[in-house]
Design a protein around this ligand. Structure first.
Ligand SMILES: [Zn+2]
Length: 78
C-alpha cells in the first residue's frame, strides 16, 4: 500500500515538473512573440504634400517621392 502511494506521489511530482518546465518554455516563447509585433510595426512615412504621417502600406509612390493619397501626388505635380 505504501509503495503504491509513493509511486503515485512520484508520478504526480513528475507530471508537475513536466508541466512546470513546459510552462517556463511557453512563457519564453510568449516573451519573444510579444517583442515581434514591435519589430513588425508598420513603418511610418510622411506625405511630402501635407506632411501627414501614415503607414507604409498606404503610401502612394511617385519615383522617390511618397504621398498619403493620389490626390496629393497629383497636387504635387507627379
Ligand atoms: Zn498628403
Amino acid at each position: 500500500m505504501f509503495k503504491l502511494l509513493a509511486l503515485l506521489i512520484g508520478i504526480a511530482g513528475g507530471l508537475w515538473w513536466f508541466a512546470r518546465s513546459g510552462r517556463v518554455r511557453s512563457s519564453d516563447r510568449g516573451g519573444r512573440s510579444r517583442s515581434d509585433p514591435a519589430r513588425l510595426a508598420p513603418q511610418m512615412l510622411r506625405c511630402e504634400y501635407c506632411n501627414v504621417h501614415f503607414p507604409e502600406s498606404e503610401a502612394v509612390n511617385a519615383e522617390k517621392h511618397v504621398f498619403c493619397c493620389a490626390e496629393h501626388r497629383a497636387a504635387a505635380g507627379y
